[in-house]
Ligand binder design. Structure first.
Ligand SMILES: *[C@@H]1O[C@H](CO)[C@@H](O)[C@H](O)[C@H]1NC(C)=O
Ligand SMILES: *[C@@H]1O[C@H](CO)[C@@H](O)[C@H](O)[C@H]1NC(C)=O
Ligand SMILES: *[C@@H]1O[C@H](CO)[C@@H](O)[C@H](O)[C@H]1NC(C)=O
Ligand SMILES: *[C@@H]1O[C@H](CO)[C@@H](O)[C@H](O)[C@H]1NC(C)=O
Length: 798
């Protein structure tokens, strides 16, 4: 019963995620067929994963702070070797991932470490180590803790006296030098050059018998094609295709085109078995495949063991999966993360700066304000060349052009720039370059009419399309402002933001956001796909047929912000190159919650009110969540324990609880620190330094800039917390990371305030969970306690 969890979870996820999207369409109205997006997300539990955010806990492990000037990467290595892995078994190693970075404002270096076993990555063996001034301030660790398994490429070198063994080991050495991967008597793909036939023969003749044979049939062991097709049977939303693959498995397999990926160099002693599989049915690009280990629970469920898997990156029309499928037949899906996140689904029960006519920043939707003419008020730090310039060399519409007429920059007059490509996508396909987008002319004036008329329902789509100019303009405007805002709170190039060109500031490039308005692939929703840094994020905004005229999600800033926040939280949690840290359960739920919290915070103002999510688009006063966000317990009773209730296993419901808790926390911060009228920090001075203005506290040399007010501070703490928390965080760990972020930023002056606010909704120090499951299950106990130091806090303050 080693694999019981995956079967069980496939069923659970499918049932929960096959959405019926047409709750509002009357049955008499036969609208155009709408594709229904199916999505999978599950994986094994990590009972041993830990996160420590108190320096005290870390020092008792025997680690004393090092020289504050020491290179943080060296500090991380010493910490890993001395404290975390003192007794590593043979075959175990690790690598420091090169998406590690130092946060410019806080000075915290976020170091990401990936576990290697026999040179293969452990896909979910992650450490994040946060270092400042030679000190480890917090760390997360989900490394596999047992001994390395003996199977696969592990050869007992000491026993090479048997001549067969000797021959095998020698041949294996040759294969290794060619970066081939050998298992049993099989030579697997991944070699740099074809191995000499005699080497292959030697392996074949000697290796299988010289060692313990693998515990599964060698015929199938290395066939990634079979594993991938098994995955596609489950993943494809096309039931006919699924049946077809099952019925004609061998012929589908034969049609797949396999191409090895060669690496010129393999640092860290990695054994990279990688290739691409082309012509895979229902995918839009070749599938990337690599061999890795993954952790699965042992029989007792209290620790993990390693399983050899194929890791696939599968790009489909409506999904972008990162899946782990066992190498051994029958090729179970061990874990799967969809880099696409859906937005809210209503419940079925019922230079020349541009000028844009838009709902101004802060006006959430057409029900709360009018459009006005707004300037391209780009942030000079975040978008140094504005929103409409992009280097020729990084412009996907200018293939193979490095410069034109000697010009480096291509200055557009359309909704096409370095951060965002905005356009219609009525076809609902993946192409975007040639899709229609408005052209503001040489003066870049995007002033378009928006006055949809009440029509017959059957005409409503055509009517909505008449305003595509206004819609795409709004989407471009909102998305660029979100880019600039998040940038100023630390979502910059090195931490994995979305830009085609990074101005030489580090991070991976060519990953601006593809923002599709009126996406034809659905109604009444929106979604965002976040692949790792260096690949475009893709946002798809839908029309909502909840009223006539149709409501347009592009015009509801809260939905756009929610979607873009998926990109923020996914890139910041666990590092820019790991998009698999918020896949399901509590962590996936918080991925939704941050988006609601940030959208709500952005629309809020000085005079407190409650807010609903998606109310205008969904045409429901209370929006698409169970409750509106409110500090009033009657209006919104969500507490930690709410997660145990029926209906709270899905990421949106979990996220609602998290967003509500953050809302309460932020209101506490506002009560103490007041309210900033604008969340945007001041523009930088000529020399690039940032004046405090009324936004930051007076600057202190060598200390981070601290937002002065409660709303801006809460956004900063939430974003810094994302950088500190471990991969696959729980509510507890995300809470601890926010408290740790305050420690780093302010020296912990809000320690008791934060604990009191979290505990008011059940996340106090004594909150507990028993029997936690990966998809968010378990039995929770609310905790209302605060640390001893905070008990008399009220009196102390007087
Ligand atoms: C590591 O090994 C040493 C001696 O070999 C032992 O004293 C220590 O307890 C071990 N530590 C761990 C974490 O297993
Ligand atoms: C295009 O924009 C860049 C960046 O703002 C600017 O330096 C350049 O002068 C512009 N080129 C033209 C031809 O306007
Ligand atoms: C969009 O604007 C252009 C002018 O920039 C205009 O020619 C076109 O007709 C408009 N499209 C629609 C659907 O109104
Ligand atoms: C909370 O909301 C309820 C129901 O709307 C209302 O009766 C109550 O007065 C509110 N409590 C506070 C403290 O505002």
């Amino acid at each position: 019963m080693r694999h019981f969890f995956s079967t069980l979870l496939v069923a659970g996820s499918l049932a929960g995620h096959v959405y019926a999207h047409r709750p509002y369409a009357p049955s008499s109205y036969d609208e155009a067929p709408v594709r229904q997006r199916k999505t999978l997300g599950f994986g094994p539990a990590h009972p041993h994963a830990e996160y420590h955010s108190s320096p005290y806990q870390i020092r008792t492990n025997g680690f004393t702070p090092l020289d504050p000037k020491m290179d943080p990467i060296d500090v991380a290595k010493i910490f890993v070797n001395d404290v975390l892995l003192p007794n590593q078994s043979e075959g175990m190693s690790y690598k420091i991932r090169d998406d590690s970075y130092t946060d410019k404002n806080t000075g915290v270096t976020h170091v990401y470490v990936r576990q290697l076993v026999h040179g293969l990555e452990v896909a979910d063996g992650d450490m994040n180590i946060n270092i400042k001034d030679g000190m480890v301030i917090s760390y997360g660790n989900s490394f596999f803790k047992g001994p390395a398994p003996l199977e696969q490429a592990s050869f007992a070198r000491t026993d090479a006296r048997d001549p067969r063994m000797e021959a095998c080991v020698a041949a294996h050495g040759v294969a290794n030098a060619n970066r081939a991967f050998v298992s049993g008597d099989q030579v697997v793909m991944g070699s740099q050059e074809p191995l000499a036939p005699e080497v292959v023969q030697t392996i074949h003749d000697n290796c299988a018998t010289a060692f313990e044979p693998p515990s599964f049939a060698t015929d199938d062991i290395m066939d990634a094609r079979a594993a991938l097709l098994h995955f596609m049977v489950t993943a494809t939303p096309n039931t006919k295709l699924s049946q077809d693959i099952t019925d004609n498995f061998e012929s589908f397999k034969d049609k797949l085109h396999v191409a090895p990926v060669h690496h010129f160099d393999s640092p860290h002693g990695e054994n990279r078995v990688e290739f691409t599989l082309g012509d895979v049915p229902d995918t839009v690009n070749p599938v990337k495949a690599k061999m890795a280990y993954i952790q699965v629970p042992n029989q007792e469920g209290d620790a993990t063991e390693l399983q050899l898997v194929w890791k696939f990156e599968v790009e489909m029309q409506d999904n972008w999966y990162d899946a782990a499928v066992s190498v051994a037949p029958p090729h179970k899906i061990v874990s799967v993360v969809d880099w696409a996140s859906d937005a809210p689904i209503p419940k079925p029960e019922k230079p020349v700066v541009g000028t844009y006519r838009v709902f101004q920043w802060g006006i959430n939707d057409p029900s709360v304000g009018e459009r006005s003419l707004e300037k391209e008020n780009y942030d000079a730090l975040a978008s140094p060349v504005g929103w409409h310039s992009i280097p020729y060399a990084h412009d996907p519409s200018q293939r193979n052009v490095r410069r034109k007429g000697g010009e480096f920059w291509r200055n557009t007059t359309t909704t096409w720039g370095n951060n965002v490509f905005a356009q219609e996508n009525w076809e609902g396909q993946n192409a975007f370059i040639d899709n229609y987008r408005p052209d503001g002319g040489s003066e870049k004036v995007f002033d378009y009419k928006y006055a949809p008329k009440e029509t017959e329902r059957t005409e409503a789509l055509e009517e909505a399309k008449k305003y595509i100019n206004a819609t795409v303009t709004q989407l471009f405007y909102t998305s660029n402002l979100v880019h600039d805002l998040y940038y100023r709170y630390g979502f910059d190039e090195v931490s994995g933001n979305f830009q085609q060109y990074n101005f030489g500031r580090g991070g991976r490039e060519n990953d601006g956001v593809i923002a599709n308005a009126h996406d034809g692939s659905g109604y009444n929703n929106a979604n965002f796909m976040t692949p790792p840094d260096g690949q475009n994020g893709r946002m798809r905004m839908y029309l909502w047929n909840t009223a006539v005229p149709f409501r347009d999600g592009d015009l509801e800033a809260g939905i756009v912000i929610h979607e873009l926040s998926h990109g923020l939280s996914t890139r910041l949690t666990g590092g820019p190159l790991n998009s698999n840290c918020l896949g399901w359960g509590e962590s996936g739920g918080m991925g939704e919650g941050w988006g609601d919290f940030l959208a709500t915070t952005i629309r809020s103002n000085k005079v407190y009110s409650d807010y609903a999510m998606g109310a205008w688009a969904a045409n429901r006063e209370n929006g698409i969540r169970n409750y509106v966000y409110s500090t009033n317990f009657t209006t919104n009773p969500s507490v930690y324990k709410t997660l145990d209730k029926p209906g709270y296993w899905g990421v949106h419901a979990i996220g609602e609880v998290w967003a509500q808790i953050l809302w309460v926390v932020s209101q506490s911060l506002i009560e103490k620190h007041g309210y900033a009228d604008s969340l945007f920090p001041p523009a930088p001075l000529e020399d690039g330094t940032v004046p405090p203005g009324d936004f930051y506290r007076a600057a202190v040399a060598g200390k981070p800039l601290i937002p002065k007010h409660g709303n801006s501070l809460s956004v900063q703490l939430v974003i810094n917390g994302m950088k500190l928390q471990p991969c696959r965080p729980t509510f507890f760990q995300a809470r601890d990371a926010i408290i740790s972020a305050d420690q780093v930023l302010t020296g912990g002056e809000n320690f008791c305030l934060l604990w009191k606010a979290f505990s008011s909704r059940g996340l106090g120090t004594d909150a507990r969970i028993e029997g936690q499951t990966p998809w968010g299950g378990g039995v929770r106990t609310n905790g209302y306690a605060v640390p001893p130091a905070c008990k008399d806090d009220d009196e102390v303050q007087h």
